[in-house]
Structures are given as structure tokens and as C-alpha cells.
Design a protein around this ligand. Structure first.
Ligand code: SPV
Ligand code: MN
Length: 642
């Protein structure tokens, strides 16, 4: 078969009779009937081509019916991809020891000759990449079953919705998708061939002790022109669940063409005085507190990972792309995460991945309350305390990127607007990362452009276990979205600037930093302090609290924080804490500006000019402040001068 003809149909919009006969033979009567109820030639051709290439032993078409969804769940147990745990409807899945996170090195865009997304974005020549991936896919599903599932990104029947189909030979991936995304078979039926849709093809490849064996041939290739993603020889959710970060890359590309935004953001309702709710989005790199922020007690969650943003009537509206959570489990404890703690200990459909499972089929993770068991099964299989891997590294009982997957309907704090097809109107945007020494715990930018440039486009964070590779290295990560960008960084920043211009009243942009450390390397804030920062931002967004103007933005006044700490956490917030946390660190801020400017100058040829202007102005303000007050300036000094 000609490689370039894969998944394509002729100009007439019809598929050749051969396609339907392939489907009829390969699918079996019942599944064939389910498929052709969707009148979509492109879909039929895509499925026929890849069924032929991957050559599965059987094909299951999953409709939205409870029986089909149950079948997927049962398949996950039958195939051994998930094992039952002691608590009803809890299961566990293990990925391979070296397949525990997103593989950014082997995730590449298939780009035609002459197209370049810049040095920060991984790409391969399209023809070469397709040839490679097609050869890896050939007969890869022999003796295995292929599951074909339909989903809708964003609420169904909405301007925001994006339909997509996933082909996978992993019942775990299919099951996870069922928990995480709105079902889309009926949506596909309703739309017929009227709308473009995303296509994902995933194959685990050969398995060894239940894990993808050929991880040296792990590949995740993204074809932006065809809205298609291929993922091979891997199981980890971030590499395989098409609708998550793979769809995100396609959606960023689509959004850029259509003037809306796809962001790596939570979406939550912050509950202000008098019972009002203000919706905020927040972008943080993975493993930096995004889920725990959106799950804070007293507030309501719309989503914890991905949003689509559109402008309606001059206002910014947002939806959660998902309906479930694929969350980091490390560190969840009864004190700081009471809502999740309860859910994770109650019956209900939850897939735990890469945690420790004890003999009595209970699960443990790093940072869980109670004593750590001395043995069990984990991502290295049989584990005993002190076990080392082949490189001599001690294996923790649970992987730092171990996760839980659940449908948000299990939570008691879900915002009632979750499925509103109109989305919610957003009142504020937050950017945050792992920053040990520069940003104060919370700060508001001067305006939209200042926020986009000095907060979003300047975001840096120490690397974590969410991606393979070296940890704790400070890395540039604009809008916490760099690993997923499918357009150049310059265009992406420009889109944000344009978005702000189209808003009637641009909303405030904030930064937070939960990871500020003192000279002993200790965190300066308690994990619960974020509750205070959120309430303060809500008040600022409503213009109900004054702030102190500094060279880098607006920070809270001491008296407001003192009141909020007392009311929310029952804590006496001291002047010493305020000074320690909110001191303006001029040398660190200046070094950051230097680093960021250098990156944009050297690596982003189409950087909007305004970025250099805004950073230049910030640098001058900081230098002037240093002359007046010295390198480290107390917030009280800044308040006096304001
Ligand atoms: C992240 O790493 O940002 C996640 C999980 O949300 S993953 O699906 O791996 O992207
Ligand atoms: Mn994420």
C-alpha cells in the first residue's frame, strides 16, 4: 500500500467498495453495524487502513452504551492490564519500569519539508517519520484485540467540542479514556462526516511481563495536517491516551488557526463573599500543584489539566476538555487533600497506576499517611524494601509519577457548570511553577500584556518526574505549555496578546509560587497557604482589596493576608513571615530577565517585539529600586513608597 494514501479518501468524499468489504470482514457483523451507523467516510477509511496494517485478531467498536463501557472494563481485567484491588471497583495498572512518564525525546511532529516549528519543538521529516511509524505498526496487533472508542473533547453539542476517535490495543488505555472523556459515539452519529475530527492510533507493541518491551522503539508521532497521532511501544497514559496531551497538541494547532486558545490549565470556581463564584484558570507545569489547587476544600473544580478558551461577547469563556482526572498521587495525605483522600479510600471506579500494592491488595504511595509496607508489587514488579534497579539505584515503593484515574462524578466538589456547553466566564488567570528563589508567593501583573510577558511567557520551573529525563533542572516553560506546543513559541505568545486585545475588559493575570525556599533550603510556605492566595486573587479580580505596587506587579498588603490567614486557616500570619516571603529579590529577578531575554533572542526568531520592551521596562524598574533600596526590599518599604 502507498504510504501517503493511508486514511485518505478521494475527492468525491466516498470510500471505495473495497474499504467497506475490509471492514465487513474484519469487524464481524455486530461491530460492523455499530460502525456504519456513523455516516463518516473518512472515519471508515482511517479504520480500514489501520486495521489492515496493524492486523488485529478482532475489533471491538465501543458505543456509548453501558454494556460496551462495561465490556472495556472487563477486558482490562481479562487481559491482565489491570488487577482488582481490595476496595470495590478499584484496580491497578503497571507501566514498564522505563515507561513511567511522557517521553518528550521521542514525541515528534511530522513536518513536511520547509516547515519549521523552531529549535524548542521536536520534529521529524514527515515522509521519513510516517515510513518509520508505519513499519513499526505493521502486524503489531497480531493476536491482540483492537478497541475503537469515540469521545468528545469539551462538553458535547457545544461550540467548544472536538470529536475524536481512538484506536488502541490496550484495554487499560480504552478504560482510562472512558473515565476521563465525554463519550462521543452518539456525537459522531449526530455529526456524520460534517466536522473534522481527531484520530489516535495506539499500539502497545510486544509485551514482557505485561509491559511494552520494545521501548527503544517507543515513538509518538503527530501529523498536524491530518489531525492524527500515532503512539507505539508504550503504555504510560501521557504517551497513549490520545485525548490528553496528544489531542492537546492538535488542538493548539487548530486553535491557533481559529483564534482561540488551548491551555495546560485547571479551571475552578473560587467562592468569594456572599456566595458568589469567580472562575479562575491556572497553568502550572506537571507536578507543580495544579490538581491540588483545583481540589482545594471550599472551592469547586471544573477541571485540573486542560482547557479551551474562547471569547464570547467580549468575555473569556472556558471549558474543561475532560470530565475526569489523571492525577499525581504522590504526597496526597489526609490532612492536606481531604477530598481526594476520602475518594481514594471509598468504593468507586478508580485506576491506580504505578503505586505499591500489598499482599492484601491495598495501595501505597510516597507521602501517604501510615507506615510504608516492606514489600509488595510495584512498577518494578516484586518489590522489597531496599531493592535496587540494574543501575544500582534504590527503587522507591511507588513511582513519583504514580497516578490515579477517576471520573469527576466521584468527587463531592465538582462545579455545577462542568458540562455547560457555553463554558464559564473567567475572572482571572494564574501562572505558577517550581521556583525556589525569585517570584513572591502571589502577585498580580499590571495589565494583560505585562501578565502575558512577565508571567506566562517568562515561566520557568524545575523539571519533575512527569517527563523522562533529568529532574530538578530549572527549565523555560512558557505558559506551562512548551512540551505540547504545535506552533512556534512566537506565534503562541502573539496569540495570547491578540486574545487580550479582543477582550472587552481584559482580566487580571497573576503568578503564584508555592516553592519558594529559604537559605536552608526549606519551603517558606505551608501547602495549605495556597487557599489564602486564591481568596486574595478573587478579591483583586473583583476590585475589592487594595494592593502594594512593586517594580514587578501588585502584591498583597500585610493586613489583608493577616485577616485571610486567620479566617481561612486559623493561623496568625506574622510580619516576619510576610517580609520573608514577599521581599522583592532584585538580583534574582534581574537574572531571570536576562535568562528569558537570552532564550527569546537566541531561540525564538519570531518573538513579538513587545516582549523585549516589557521585560526591558521591568529591568529598568528593578535597577532603579535597587539603587534606592538595595538588592532585597521589604514589602513594607515598598508599601511606604507606593
Ligand atoms: C502532565 O504530565 O501534565 C499530565 C499527565 O497531566 S500526562 O497525561 O502525562 O500529560
Ligand atoms: Mn498536565
Amino acid at each position: 500500500m502507498e504510504i501517503r494514501s493511508f486514511g485518505k479518501i478521494s475527492k468525491s468524499g466516498k470510500v471505495p467498495p473495497k474499504t467497506m468489504s475490509i471492514l465487513k470482514t474484519r469487524l464481524g457483523k455486530e461491530d460492523y453495524q455499530k460502525l456504519i451507523k456513523i455516516n463518516n467516510p473518512k472515519l471508515h477509511q482511517f479504520i480500514a487502513d489501520y486495521v489492515e496494517l496493524c492486523n488485529p485478531d478482532g475489533v471491538f467498536i465501543c458505543t456509548d452504551s453501558p454494556e460496551d463501557i462495561r465490556h472495556i472494563r472487563e477486558e482490562a481485567i481479562r487481559t491482565g492490564e489491570e488487577r482488582r484491588l481490595a476496595t470495590d471497583s478499584h484496580t491497578v495498572h503497571f507501566d514498564g519500569y522505563y515507561d513511567q512518564a511522557r517521553d518528550e525525546k521521542n514525541t515528534k511532529f511530522l513536518l513536511p519539508k520547509g516547515v519549521d516549528l523552531g529549535s524548542n519543538i521536536n520534529a521529524i521529516d514527515k515522509e521519513e517519520g510516517l515510513k518509520e511509524i508505519h513499519s513499526l505498526l505493521k502486524n503489531i496487533m497480531q493476536w491482540r484485540k483492537l478497541y475503537i472508542c469515540f469521545f468528545c473533547l469539551g462538553p458535547t453539542n457545544s461550540k467548544f467540542s472536538l470529536p475524536c476517535v481512538q484506536l488502541t490495543d490496550s484495554s487499560y488505555v480504552a478504560h482510562s479514556s472512558d473515565l476521563l472523556y465525554r463519550l462521543g459515539y452518539e456525537e459522531f452519529k449526530r455529526l456524520g462526516g460534517s466536522q473534522a475530527f481527531f484520530k489516535f492510533l495506539h499500539a502497545e507493541g510486544e509485551l514482557e511481563r505485561g509491559a511494552s518491551k520494545n521501548i527503544d522503539k517507543r515513538r509518538i508521532y503527530i501529523d498536524l495536517d491530518e489531525d492524527t497521532v500515532y503512539s507505539v511501544n508504550t503504555q504510560y497514559g501521557g504517551n497513549t491516551i490520545g485525548h490528553k496531551k496528544l489531542a492537546m497538541r492538535l488542538a493548539i494547532h487548530r486553535a491557533s488557526k481559529e483564534c482561540w486558545l488551548t491551555e495546560h490549565m485547571f479551571l475552578m470556581g473560587i467562592h468569594g463573599p456572599g456566595g458568589r463564584v469567580s472562575y479562575f484558570t491556572g497553568a502550572f507545569p506537571s507536578l507543580c500543584g495544579k490538581t491540588s489547587t483545583s481540589m482545594l476544600k471550599g472551592e469547586t473544580i471544573v477541571g485540573d489539566d486542560i482547557v479551551y478558551l474562547r471569547i464570547k461577547g467580549g468575555k473569556m469563556c472556558a471549558v474543561n476538555v475532560e470530565k475526569g482526572i489523571f492525577g499525581v498521587i504522590q504526597g496526597i495525605n489526609s490532612k492536606d487533600d481531604s477530598i481526594l483522600w476520602k475518594v481514594l479510600h471509598s468504593p468507586g471506579e478508580i485506576i491506580f497506576s504505578n503505586v505499591l500494592v500489598t499482599e492484601d491488595k491495598d495501595v501505597y504511595w510516597v507521602g501517604k499517611d501510615g507506615e510504608v509496607p516492606k514489600k509488595g508489587i510495584n512498577h518494578s514488579r516484586e518489590w522489597i524494601f531496599g531493592k535496587k534497579d540494574t543501575e544500582g539505584k534504590e527503587i522507591p515503593h511507588s513511582h513519583p509519577n504514580a497516578r490515579f484515574t477517576l471520573d469527576m462524578k466521584l468527587l463531592g466538589n465538582v462545579d455545577p457548570e462542568l458540562n455547560n456547553p457555553q463554558g464559564v466566564v473567567v475572572s482571572g488567570i494564574i501562572y505558577g511553577g517550581r521556583d525556589p528563589d525569585t517570584w513572591v508567593p502571589v502577585e498580580e501583573s499590571f495589565d494583560w500584556v505585562h501578565g502575558v510577558i512577565t508571567k506566562g511567557a517568562s515561566l520557568e520551573s524545575e523539571t519533575t518526574a512527569a517527563a523522562l529525563g533529568k529532574k530538578k533542572v530549572r527549565k523555560f516553560n512558557p505558559m506551562a505549555n512548551l512540551p505540547f506546543l504545535s506552533i512556534t513559541i512566537g506565534e503562541y505568545i502573539e496569540n495570547h496578546l491578540n486574545f487580550g486585545r479582543a477582550l472587552k475588559n481584559p482580566l487580571p493575570i497573576f503568578s503564584v509560587n508555592y516553592f519558594l525556599k529559604d537559605s536552608n533550603g526549606e519551603f517558606m510556605n505551608d501547602v495549605r497557604d495556597k487557599a489564602v492566595w486564591l481568596k486574595w486573587m478573587e478579591l483583586r479580580a473583583r476590585n475589592e482589596v487594595e494592593a502594594v505596587k512593586t517594580p514587578t506587579g501588585f502584591i498583597p498588603r500585610f493586613q489583608d493576608l493577616k485577616r485571610l490567614f486567620k479566617e481561612l486557616l486559623g493561623k496568625d500570619y506574622s510580619k516576619e513571615d510576610y517580609v520573608k516571603q514577599f521581599t522583592l529579590r532584585i538580583p534574582e529577578n534581574l537574572s531571570k530577565i536576562e535568562r528569558i531575554m537570552r532564550i527569546y533572542e537566541a531561540e525564538v526568531p519570531n518573538t513579538p517585539k513587545v516582549l523585549f520592551e516589557v521585560l526591558g521596562e521591568q529591568k529598568r524598574r528593578l535597577q532603579e529600586a535597587a539603587k534606592k533600596y538595595g538588592s532585597y526590599v521589604s514589602p513594607f518599604k515598598l508599601a511606604e513608597a507606593d
